[in-house]
Design a protein around this ligand. Structure first.
Ligand code: PEP
Ligand code: MN
Length: 366
């Protein structure tokens, strides 16, 4: 009996030396293509990296050849199903900055970032007063949905472009970069005109066309984990964005669906274990969302402390000047005063976070 030979797909990452010329990069690209590998060039700030997928049993000998090619710093086999977002491919943690009117925020390094604002942009008064109060309390980024994914078609769907304009004006006024959700590929262009960060909602985590589209955008992407998604599925979705050429991805765990008490006490279960798991597996910044996970305002501040303590890079919470009148997610929205209290409560935890963070940075540099 004849056995069918299995074709094994292999992945490798070739990191070029920092001063490697484009000719050297082309040489590696040519070699990989000759071997039937599909090279994908990533030009980073420090160095160029080539990720390649191909088949063949003799990957080790090919890696050995690559390591001898002038200009190549390292050539490694990648075992995870996602390659561009894996730590194997990129040892140091990814960080980048977002800016608006003098407000500069570094994501993924040195700063625990608090994103706050209403679930939906509802009016000028609402978004301006929220922006003012959260800026005073120390939030770094303003959120507000203009295109809303709602379970009911009769629920408020967002203000659309008018909402984007208001959000952007409020961000300008208070020097806060802004984040908002994009639901469809066709909306990416307009959202990019107003927002500093594009949010992909939990329901769209596996909207592959949308992921491909934001992969083409030159704005950071805040990718929320689907309530039923595994860590691997989450990372595969991030991989779509990176494969499109957009290296600026933030992962956000926002609560999983499975719960024995079926949402009687909280809306979802926040998987904070995902933070260290993801930090081991990927170089991308990891956020948590204690508002959408708990669904209850009185729980948010206490869960937020755990988010800082576990070493996340930041959190997203919802704040509304009058939560009882909110058009979406009022039950989990903090009042501006509650947000100020939360920020004060987080103070000692943030100091510890900074200490821990500098230890990690020192250890990885050693
Ligand atoms: C939101 O951020 O308002 C939102 C809809 O979040 P999620 O996609 O996590 O439900
Ligand atoms: Mn919401």
């Amino acid at each position: 009996m004849q056995c069918e030979q299995q074709v094994v797909e292999e992945k490798m990452i070739v990191a070029m030396e920092q001063d490697a010329s484009s000719e050297r990069v082309s040489q590696v690209e040519y070699l990989l293509a000759q071997w039937g590998y599909n090279p994908h060039i990533i030009v980073g700030e420090e160095r160029t990296v080539i990720a390649a997928v191909g088949t063949g049993p003799d990957i080790e000998s090919r890696l050995a050849i690559l390591r001898e090619v002038p200009g190549v710093a390292t050539a490694t086999r990648v075992s995870s199903p996602y390659k561009l977002c894996s730590r194997e491919a990129h040892k140091s943690s990814t960080s980048f900055t977002v800016k608006r009117q003098g407000g500069t925020v570094t994501i993924g390094d040195g700063q625990f970032v608090v994103i706050a604002g209403p679930c939906s942009v509802e009016s000028g008064d609402q978004i301006f007063s929220t922006a003012k109060s959260i800026a005073e309390s120390g939030a770094a980024i303003l959120r507000g949905g203009a295109f809303k994914p709602r379970s009911s078609p009769y629920a408020f769907q967002g203000l659309g472009e008018d909402g984007l304009k208001l959000l952007s004006e409020a961000g300008d006024e208070f020097g806060l970069p802004v984040i908002t959700e994009v639901m469809r590929p066709a909306q990416v262009e307009i959202v990019c005109q107003y927002a500093d960060i594009l949010q992909i909602g939990a329901r769209n985590m596996q909207n592959f066309d949308l992921l491909k589209e934001v992969g083409q955008a030159r704005k950071p992407v805040f990718l929320k984990r689907g309530p039923n998604a595994s860590i691997t599925e989450f990372l595969m979705s991030a991989e779509y964005v990176l494969a499109g050429g957009n290296q600026q991805v933030i992962l956000c765990e926002r609560g999983l669906d499975y719960t024995k008490d079926k949402g009687e006490h909280t809306r979802n279960i926040l998987d904070i274990q995902a933070v260290p798991v993801l930090q081991d597996k990927t170089h991308l910044p990891v956020f948590l969302d204690p508002a959408h996970s708990s669904g209850k305002r009185h729980l948010v501040s206490r869960i937020a402390k755990a988010c800082v303590a576990i070493g996340a890079n930041g959190i997203m919470v919802e704040v509304h000047p009058d939560p009882a009148k909110a058009l979406s997610d009022g039950a989990q929205s903090l009042t501006p005063a509650q947000f100020a209290d939360m920020m004060a409560d987080l103070g000692p935890y943030l100091e510890l976070w900074e200490e821990e963070h500098s230890k990690t940075v020192a250890a990885s540099a050693a």
